[in-house]
Design a protein around this ligand. Structure first.
Ligand code: HEC
Length: 153
């Protein structure tokens, strides 16, 4: 799985870098978990010669604000009161899956493998999945404040 879609990852990185440049460096001072693998791999080229800069960068929120969903596994679930849909995000053998169902409504249920995460975790984490080469955002996100899943704003 690790080398399945390099062009998609590169595109994703470019989108992230284009969308969130200074904000993350300037404001986000939350402690960060281990480096996200696509960033680590992409920048390792520069790290061959710029070791100190590379190591320091890997500790920043910006270097950890996108990557494979399997690098940031948060599980949980809730019922969306307005629609009556139960959402559950679960770890299935190291892969993250979004499952949804409306009890009593067999027509409304399904599951989707989540491929990438977005966000340094300071406010929360959202996930992306891909369908036919398009990246789509999960309707539910993990929020740091409540340490729980909820609908996207
Ligand atoms: C083969 C070794 C090597 C690789 C790989 C490499 N660099 Fe460099 N880089 C150098 C050297 C040597 C210098 C000039 C000496 C110095 O300023 O430290 C330099 C200078 C720089 C500077 C200017 C630093 C300054 O203070 O003016 C930047 C910016 C830079 N590199 C970025 C990168 C980035 C980004 C990558 C990856 C895409 C990269 N480098 C990959 C060797 C390398």
């Amino acid at each position: 799985m690790s080398s399945s879609a390099p062009p998609l990852r590169n595109l994703l990185l470019l989108l992230i870098l284009a969308a969130y440049p200074e904000r993350m460096l300037a404001e986000d001072t939350s402690p960060v978990p281990g480096p996200a693998s696509p960033v680590r791999k992409a920048d390792a080229v520069c790290g061959k010669c710029h070791q100190d800069i590379f190591r320091k960068y890997l500790g920043t929120p910006m270097a950890n604000a996108s990557g494979l969903a399997s690098d940031r596994i948060f599980t949980g679930g809730f019922r969306h009161a307005a629609s009556g849909i139960d959402y559950r995000v679960s770890d299935q053998y190291g892969s993250l899956w979004l499952n949804y169902a409306r009890p009593g409504d067999p027509g409304l249920q399904g599951s989707q493998k989540l491929d990438y995460f977005l966000g340094s975790g300071h406010l929360g984490i959202t996930y992306l999945y891909s369908v036919n080469g398009y990246l789509l955002e999960s309707p539910v996100a993990y929020y740091a404040d409540s340490e729980a899943y909820d609908m996207k704003p």
